[in-house]
Design a protein around this ligand. Structure first.
Ligand SMILES: Cc1ncc(COP(=O)(O)O)c(C=O)c1O
Length: 390
């Protein structure tokens, strides 16, 4: 009975062009990988700065494994809190210029744990309509009232805030860089509204950390509002090339999360090797501005050329470049044709993105050469014409 139901759902997904399956990748997350046995150019990894296979990170992880072993043995509050975790949190707080920091096992767990522990019935959260699934799940778990505002629409957000007085706490939560659109939330305007109406602000810098801002601190630095954001969450799994996530903020906030965030309390601590690799990544991000500049050179070149070809790249301003196909089956066909040309770019379909906005999600890395970018542009021009997208 249950099995029949599952099969029916799967068949429906297949008929709508929405069924997903796993592909197998060999090799580290560089510009060239092997997918299902085929050597391809990789244009869908979030390893923006190429740190996932940087020798310095590998060395830091190996050293930690040799000195402290593989697993951390228990949750942070039991006996899993090791020197590597403490060092990483201290360095992140210093880098982000906040009083304190807490590391979570993943970005998903960070958002779920932070939001569900901080907010409750009687509170209200204003959430951008395109926020990441982990924010949405955190809000659901919190049981706070939630109002979703149209993507980056500050006029509607202000109206919503005005219309919803009388709550215990009000908080605006937004991705700083939207993971499927590649645009940047107007944090300057959000902070202005928060000050005017006495709201808290939480941002998710998953795709901003290491990429935006003069020293790579993220979108808060880019807009010069670092000191005005109450809760700064970000991941160590994307530009930092490692794994895990952070929450930066006041001493009081961090102490509260240590006591209340269930996804922090009831899980085994990150392996020390992962914390050590992340620490090395933070040092590189903080000191190597040239690396970031090269990522931006690649990004600006590719986006400009795609626009010149006539592709719709939404309002992308970052190394995440969406290519709108609208139709899910068309996105799958585009991705398949690219794969036949040795280029790996995933099709992104509902429910990850709204209906009728299926797309390819192309990500740029510092490790792409000019030849790689030109090779992709040539394939896009040919296939895009064939599929009547340009
Ligand atoms: C905006 C955003 N927030 C949170 C996450 C979750 O982070 P993680 O992959 O570390 O769980 C992701 C990516 O997966 C993301 O894109």
């Amino acid at each position: 009975m249950i099995i029949n139901h599952l099969q029916n759902e799967l068949t429906t997904l297949e008929q709508k062009g929405l069924k997903r399956s796993l592909r197998v990748v060999d090799g580290s997350q560089g510009s060239r990988i092997i997918v299902d046995g085929h050597k391809v150019l990789n244009f869908c990894s979030n390893n923006y700065l190429g740190l996932a296979d940087d020798p310095r990170l590998k060395q830091a992880a190996i050293k930690a494994i040799e000195e402290e072993g593989v697993g951390s043995g228990a949750s942070r509050l039991v006996c899993g809190n090791m020197t590597a975790h403490q060092q990483l949190e201290k360095r992140l707080a210093e880098f982000k210029q906040t009083e304190n920091c807490l590391v979570f096992s993943t970005g998903y767990m960070a958002n779920v744990g932070i939001i569900s522990s901080l907010f409750d019935r009687g509170d209200i959260i204003f959430s951008d309509r395109l926020n990441h699934a982990s924010i949405i799940d955190g809000i659901r778990l919190s049981q706070a009232e939630c109002k979703r505002y149209p993507h980056c629409d500050m006029q509607v957000l202000e109206k919503m805030i005005k219309a919803n007085a009388g709550f215990k706490r009000r908080c605006i939560i937004t991705d700083s860089v939207f993971s499927m659109d590649g645009d940047i939330a107007p944090l300057d305007r959000i902070v202005e509204l928060a000050k005017k109406y006495n709201c808290l602000v939480m941002i998710d810098e998953a795709h901003g950390f290491g990429v935006l801002g003069k020293s790579g601190k993220g979108a808060a630095e880019h807009f010069g509002v670092n000191a005005d954001i109450d809760i700064q969450m970000g991941t160590l799994s994307k530009a930092a090339g490692s794994f895990g996530a952070y929450c930066c903020g006041s001493n009081e906030l961090i102490s509260f999360l240590i006591n209340k965030a269930r996804s922090f309390i009831y899980t085994t601590a990150l392996p020390p090797s992962v914390a050590a690799a992340s620490l090395q990544a933070v040092e590189i991000i903080a000191s190597d501005q040239d690396l970031r500049q090269r990522l931006w050179n690649n990004t600006n070149y590719l986006r400009e050329e795609l626009n010149k070809l006539g592709f719709n790249t939404f309002n992308s301003q970052t190394p995440i470049i969406p290519i709108l196909t609208k139709d899910a089956a068309l996105a799958v066909e585009f991705s398949k044709r690219l794969f036949e040309n040795s280029i790996f770019i995933s099709a992104i379909r509902p429910p990850t993105v709204p209906i009728n906005t299926a797309r390819l999600r192309l990500t740029v890395m510092v490790s792409h050469t000019k030849e790689d970018l030109d090779f992709v542009l040539k394939a896009f021009a040919e296939i895009g014409k064939d599929l009547c997208l340009i």
